[in-house]
Design a protein around this ligand. Sequence first.
Ligand code: 5RP
Length: 222
Amino acid sequence: MSFDAAKEAVGRRAADLVTDGMAVGLGTGSTVAHTIAALGERGLDITCVATSIATEHLANEAGLAFVAPDEVDGLDIAIDGADEVDPDLNLIKGGGGALMREKIVAALAKRFVVVVDESKIVAQLGDFGTPVELLPFAPRTAARAIEGLGALDVTLREQLSDDGNLLADARFGAIADPVTLSAALDAVPGIVGHGIFLGEMVERVLVDGPSGPRTITHQGER
Ligand code: 5RP
């Protein structure tokens, strides 16, 4: 099974978790795009909140109604992709630059479900890099602070976030303690957000790949 086929299979599988009447957070990326398409095909009566302008376009194409996050009190479920998943279900997200909106929407949801192909499952976070969203006011100051936390380098992207902030990737190498690094990044003035999503946010990770579908939770795997 190719990675593209795995993304499609797992993305579509996640749509089965959604039922009529739910408020649903829609993530960003090529995997969750299949979830959005499947939700549209099912013709459900749901209210969605999108995590990016790209996802708003996909939701529109799929015929899904979406509202701003402030228009809901909470979400029944949010479904999103990830760039890396470790054994404690800590994630690296933000490859597509939507990390801050994604974190806000995930935090609104009672259930945060992650959809990935097998290549995203890692023993330790870090190889992908850590996306960060920076206030344009003082990005070099923020980058120096990130290097002070152990980043080997911080590379600015050309792409801006949907909220007009700068995006960059910090290379920490293997991240031994995502909880501590996440808190340290949260404390740097000028960092709007970062792509470490702690496992405590995640209810389950749906995976697909050459060895077939599986679901990983904090209780184990099936
Ligand atoms: C976007 C993200 C994506 O969820 C992540 O990059 C995975 O994308 P894909 O499903 O295309 O591999 O965090 O900001």
